[in-house]
Design a protein around this ligand. Structure first.
Ligand code: 26Q
Length: 821
């Protein structure tokens, strides 16, 4: 029978005004005459939320009734970005809201600005999770996202004397209107303690876990609206709370301070997002976070989302847990524990079920980024899980031994337990053995996984390995971020592209249409004006919208090679100041950087300081600044990306080939009509193949070339010695031109380039300069440039995360959409 549902507010200006005023008066407890912008924003958010509420409940009920196979996306990060605008476009309420607010003397744009974005992720991996849940909802796939409700998201970056300073991101401070806390659905998770052997009623020897301490997980639900399809999925983020036992202890006055300390201890688990994005530190709290959210999520799915009495032997018919990198891989031994210890399964049956319930996505190629947990730590925090991992490993290695005719070297290489430098659990190996599929995130990356990082495993389980190239949601990154371009596209080909991005192909003929190109340039110019406004207001930075906008935004990492971009800037500076280049002959550029460095990554922080210092000198030089300026707005985030990406002319994707797993910023820029200067790396390879060589500036070593050089011994000085322009650029940095004459400031950066240069910046320098000359030449012809830009848009439909989701559904999940009943 039908659950009665309250109906949505009326889809009209009057209906919207009524709901908004009700929220302002009855929820915020204020009146228009006295309300702050934050009051108004919160009332607006709750108003929009109400339009989604009925659809959300309906979706939930439909899923429960139909009992389809569902996807559970397990991710330690969701870099959601602001919610209001996305909800408005999903419900088609932008115009109604604008008018309704105007009738009350309010400006939607002002209220928008009051929203603090939930920055519950570091970068690409977290943003990918956010795009994927958007696509799943839009495609009506029964799916749930599980993660952690960090009280503090990614740090806020500021600069002091050009150096990065981190400040806490207290994003919940002014209220969080998009979440629904459900303390009544709390889940208990154990930690520590010991295991004990016992004989069960059937005389079978078993092991059980006696945890030493417990923590509660409180679910916080977020709506994930599909785009105008009547569906709203759920994102469930867990917040850690002390158990009631801790609470009771508080009343034990004698131990009051200790009791409060224990409470803080428990609640620490969901306190803060770790700001490292590639070199895991092996911190105990991080493992606690991982186990905490995964254990809560598995328990939640089994106890809340499956009907009572469901036969768990059939679990793979109902769920697939997608592991976003190794962060949730502890879910594999956890499900084994639940099935064997709590549900009395035979080991082999449990293993059969578990292996079919998980799939693993790898996001890296850097060996130091592969997560390992010391056995000592794992045994102390999760003793039963360690036992289970040992048994999984024993049985797996017995197989390897048998199938390899006792190749003990192979056995040691493939062991889930590493022996050196200390005994540790290799989480990527556990994921590969314990899951049904392993995928990389771009063609090249998946190939390198098979050939290098997981080569032994790819030979052993060839059927497990597959590729799913990443994608980005066109709702946020085109429709919402670039209304000008969206309007132009819709006028030309209708609005079907928003949920069927391949239709952008229909724009191809318009690349030859001079009038269309003119309007395209007009949109780009207007987007640059928006960026000028933003940087002026937000950062006090002045940029000239008539210059080429050359953008490199991504986490700061040596492999991404922000230094290569900077050496180009320094070289242009050098050539102008020495008179080698006349300013009249230079294509004016504004180079925009945006990047956060992991707080403990010393070299990355020095590079940030160097960018700022070079920027200061370049921007204040009387001749140079006329044609070259550097802008480095602090605290690059999703909100900034939404204004920056649509304004860009040139997209910098310049990692050393074979190091960037995919990149997703590259896709956002291409879809918004920027041209890419890039290496043959990650998804750049696929972008270039699709947009065509003429519309992409390729440079640099290929992956096989770079590996071959590394193999025979890379010598950065050989490039230095042969290249005068490179020598001069490094000389300027080394002699203190950008550090008030101080030679020591950036000495470590220079000596690293001349000593190790692990990511071959010097090897690619000349090739990069040459490519930048081709960029200048191309930009000099606006008609040809905009033709290429339109072709980039028309040919990038493949990079919709909707397509990624279709690929996952077919190749990995074997699940289907469930349209509303
Ligand atoms: C792990 C353990 C302990 C602390 C931190 C971490 C950690 C956190 C985040 C490790 C890695 C990350 C994030 C990685 C990431 O964002 N990778 C990027 O993923 C994108 C989506 O697939 C790709 O496009 C990028 O190429 C890849 O760098």
């Amino acid at each position: 029978e039908n659950t009665p549902l309250i109906s949505s507010p009326e889809h009209s200006v009057e209906g919207f005004v009524r709901e908004f005023m009700r929220e302002l008066n009855f929820s915020q407890g204020t009146v228009l005459e006295r309300s702050t912008v934050n009051d108004e924003y919160l009332a607006l958010a709750r108003t929009v939320r109400h339009y989604l509420m009925a659809q959300w409940m309906e979706t939930t009920v439909d899923h429960y009734r139909a009992q389809p196979k569902a996807v559970a996306y397990l991710s330690a990060e969701y870099l959601l970005g602001r919610q209001l605008d996305n909800a408005l476009i999903a419900t088609d309420l932008v115009e109604i809201a604008t008018e309704a607010l105007a009738s009350l003397g309010l400006d939607l744009a002002d209220l928008r600005e009051a929203e603090v974005e939930p920055g519950l992720g570091n970068g690409g991996l977290g943003r990918l999770a956010a795009c994927f849940i958007d696509s799943l909802a839009t495609m009506s796939v029964p799916a749930i996202g599980y993660g952690i409700r960090y009280e503090y998201g990614i740090f806020r970056q500021t600069f002091a004397d050009g150096r990065q300073v981190e400040e806490p991101d207290n994003w919940l401070e002014y209220g969080s209107p998009w979440e629904f806390a459900h303390p009544e659905h709390e889940v208990t998770v154990g930690f520590g303690g010991h295991t004990e052997k016992y004989t069960d009623d059937d005389g079978v020897e078993r092991s059980r876990w006696v945890p030493g301490w417990r923590v509660l997980g409180v679910p916080h639900n977020y709506m994930v609206p599909g785009y105008r399809n009547g569906r709203v999925n759920t994102l469930r983020l867990w917040s850690a709370r002390a158990t009631h036992a801790f609470d009771l202890k508080i009343f034990n006055y004698g131990d009051y301070a200790e009791a409060v300390r224990s409470q803080t201890f428990a609640e620490n688990i969901s306190k803060v997002l770790y700001p490292e994005d590639s070199t895991p530190q092996g911190k105990e709290l991080r493992l606690q976070q991982q186990y905490f959210f995964v254990a809560c999520s598995i328990r939640d799915f089994i106890d809340q989302l499956l009907p009572r009495g469901f036969d768990l032997h059939r679990l793979p018919e109902r769920i697939v847990f997608q592991l976003n990198d190794t962060h949730p891989v502890i879910g594999i031994p956890e499900l084994m524990r639940v099935l064997v210890d709590e549900h009395g399964f035979e080991w082999d049956d449990a293993w059969d079920v578990t292996r079919r319930c998980f799939a693993y996505t790898c996001h890296t190629l850097l060996p130091e980024a592969l997560e390992v947990w010391p056995v000592e730590l794992m045994g102390r925090l999760l003793p039963r899980h360690l036992e289970i991992i040992y048994r999984i490993n024993d049985e797996f290695l017995a197989d390897v031994r048998e199938r390899s005719g006792g190749d003990e070297l192979l056995v040691r290489r493939m062991s889930i337990i590493a022996e050196h430098p200390e005994r540790a659990v290799r989480m990527a190996y556990l994921a590969t053995v314990g899951g049904a599929r392993v995928n990389g995130v771009a063609e090249l990356h998946s190939q390198l996984l098979r050939d290098k990082v997981l080569a032994d495993f790819a030979s052993f389980f060839p059927e497990k390995f597959t590729n799913v190239t990443n994608g980005v949601t066109p709702r946020r990154f085109v429709k919402l971020a670039n209304p000008g371009l969206s309007g132009l596209i819709t006028e030309a080909i209708g609005d079907g592209w928003v949920t069927d991005l391949d239709r952008l192909r229909e724009l191809e003929p318009l690349a030859e249409d001079a009038e269309f190109r003119r309007r395209f340039r007009e949109v780009k110019a207007a987007n640059k004006d928006r960026l000028v406004d933003l940087l002026r207001r937000r950062d006090g930075i002045e940029i000239d919208p008539s210059t080429m906008l050359d953008v490199m935004v991504k986490r700061l990492h040596e492999y991404k090679r922000q230094l290569l971009k900077l050496l180009h800037v320094v070289t242009v500076y050098d050539r102008i100041t020495t008179g080698e280049l006349a300013v009249a002959g230079v294509t004016p550029r504004t180079v925009v950087f945006g990047a956060k460095a992991a707080p403990g990554y010393v070299m990355a922080k020095q590079i940030i300081a160097l960018i700022n210092h070079v920027g200061a000198v370049v921007n204040s030089h009387p001749e140079v600044s006329g044609v070259l300026r550097v802008a480095f707005p602090a605290n690059y985030n999703v909100t900034v990306a939404e204004t920056l990406v649509p304004a860009a002319d040139l997209s910098e994707q310049i990692s050393l080939a074979g190091k960037e797993a995919s990149g997703t910023g590259n896709m956002k820029f291409a879809l918004n009509g920027a041209l890419t200067i890039g290496t043959d790396d990650g998804a750049n390879v696929e972008i270039r193949k699709l947009v065509g060589d003429d519309n992409f500036f390729l440079f640099g070593l290929t992956e096989p070339e770079a590996s071959a050089i590394a193999e025979r011994g890379y010598r950065p000085t050989s490039y230095y010695e042969e290249n005068e322009s490179l020598r001069r650029a490094l000389h300027l940095i080394a002699t203190g031109v950008f550090s008030h004459g101080d030679r020591s400031t950036f000495e470590p950066v220079v000596s690293n380039l001349l000593g190790e240069d692990r990511f071959m910046v010097l090897a690619d320098y000349q090739s990069y300069l040459d490519a930048q000359e081709r960029v200048d030449a191309a930009y000099a012809d606006p008609e040809a440039w905009s033709r290429s830009a339109v072709l980039n848009v028309a040919r990038s439909g493949f990079f919709s995360s909707d397509r990624s989701m279709r690929d996952y559904l077919e190749r990995i999940w074997h699940a289907e959409p469930l349209p509303s009943s």
